[in-house]
Design a protein around this ligand. Structure first.
Ligand code: T4K
Length: 378
């Protein structure tokens, strides 16, 4: 088997966007054209905000033009300053929003299993300058929200979740966006649920939602009153319309991905040196990512070897989240960024590989990807 697997004819990417039927999209766009209302809290926007509030089981939701601006605004609206404790194992945006708010990021090591912030390590990092914790539900796996809240309550800190990966995830039937003071989700094209680009903030406090809405619209309350120095973070009508249509197809996509993940697991269970996380009891998963970890000693090949070698078969995996944020040149001088302080994060970042996962793929494709992977083993 080792040498006769043929590569894919068409490239297989880490993801492909959920693209609804173009006629359905055109119909909606035609309506927007007729209305001549393209942005600034239009009908599509209002409708999507309400739909997502219900769908995500959150009390208040604000839409944004992307997840990064949403997170930036959340930090500002909650008046964070000084130091914020966060994870180095994430997409750059998580830490950049702190820097853009003149806040010093304080990196906390991650948990070996979940790859989320290690709650046991948070308290040691709290100083008199700490104002908040900014954890990430990495690959949609929930953080230990209860313990994080307990620490925040004990030290009077805010909690903002980067839930960019966690659209539709529930913990014991509660929407994941309901935890913390605010929660950001990303609706980027690479996400299972998307609005081309887009994002949201959810929160339980209605006054905070009002603040988010003002901040994303230049602080304009009405034609006479500009009540704060806001910015432009608005989602437009085309984005919102796409979001409404994609929402209709989401359950189907989720089911397809679930089947593909189960296929991956069936094929890879027992392969020495290849590890993946199992589903967690009480958690409704969104099946957005399938991530493996490669133990070089046991597999006989490194993660980087596998990543490169896959390309010869037209398979494009991703090394999310390499490089580690704490190792970027402009953050590495921070005392919390020292490699010796983040041993787990620095170790897993060499092992993790995100595998192709999207509804257009079928079970045979996944079996083939697994066979290719197994053929690399030494
Ligand atoms: N926090 C976290 C934890 C995040 O993961 C993200 C974003 C954010 C915050 C910020 O949220 P946003 O401001 O983006 O809403 C992608 C996305 O650009 C990024 O949104 C996402 N996380 C991250 C995990 O993935 P890249 O650099 O991997 O994207 P790119 O362009 O290399 O695309 C990956 C693959 O997807 C391509 O090889 C093919 C496919 N693709 C991509 C695009 C853009 C398509 O098929 N069609 C497309 O239009 O970052």
């Amino acid at each position: 088997m080792k040498h006769n697997i043929k590569g894919f004819e068409e490239p297989v990417y880490i993801t492909r966007p959920l693209l609804p039927n173009l006629d359905q999209v055109n119909k909606k766009i035609k309506k927007i054209w007729t209305s001549k209302w393209l942005t600034n809290n239009g009908k599509q926007h209002q409708c999507l905000e309400n739909r997502l509030q219900d769908f995500l089981k959150v009390t208040n939701l604000s839409l944004f033009n992307n997840g990064t601006i949403a997170l930036l605004i959340a930090c500002r609206a909650l008046e964070l300053s000084g130091e914020v404790i966060t994870t180095p194992f994430s997409f750059p945006a998580t830490t950049h929003v702190l820097e853009w708010n003149n806040i010093t990021p304080v990196f906390c090591d991650v948990d070996e299993q979940t790859m989320n912030i290690n709650v046991d390590k948070i308290e040691d990092l709290i100083t008199e300058k700490t104002t908040a914790i900014l954890p990430v539900h990495v690959f949609g796996v929930p953080c230990d929200v209860e313990r994080i809240q307990k620490i925040a309550d004990d030290y009077n800190l805010k909690v903002i979740y980067d839930a960019a990966h966690a659209f539709g995830v529930e913990i014991n039937n509660q929407g994941i966006g309901e935890f913390g003071d605010a929660s950001m989700m990303s609706f980027h094209a690479t996400k299972m649920y998307h609005t081309l680009e887009g994002g949201s903030l959810s929160c339980s406090d209605p006054e905070l939602k009002e603040k988010f809405d003002l901040m994303k619209n230049f602080g304009i309350k009405n034609e006479e009153q500009i009540v704060m120095p806001g910015i432009n973070g608005k989602m437009n009508e085309i984005q919102a319309a796409i979001g409404l249509i994609v929402l209709e197809h989401l359950e189907d996509e989720r089911n397809k991905r679930k089947l593909l993940i189960n296929t991956y697991k069936k094929c890879l269970r027992g392969v020495k040196g290849v590890y993946f996380t199992e589903e967690i009891k009480g958690v409704k998963s969104n099946y957005q990512y399938f991530v493996i970890r490669i133990d070089e000693k046991e597999f006989g090949r490194s993660r980087d070897y596998v990543y490169e070698k896959f390309k010869e078969f037209n398979v494009f995996t991703r090394k999310y989240f390499h490089p580690l944020i704490s190792n970027y040149s402009f953050y590495s001088q921070l005392s919390s960024a020292k490699k010796s302080k983040l041993p787990v994060a620095n170790n897993i970042v060499k092992k993790v590989l995100s595998m192709p996962l999207y509804g257009e793929l079928n079970v045979d494709d996944i079996n083939k990807i697994c066979d290719i992977l197994k053929s690399f083993k030494r």
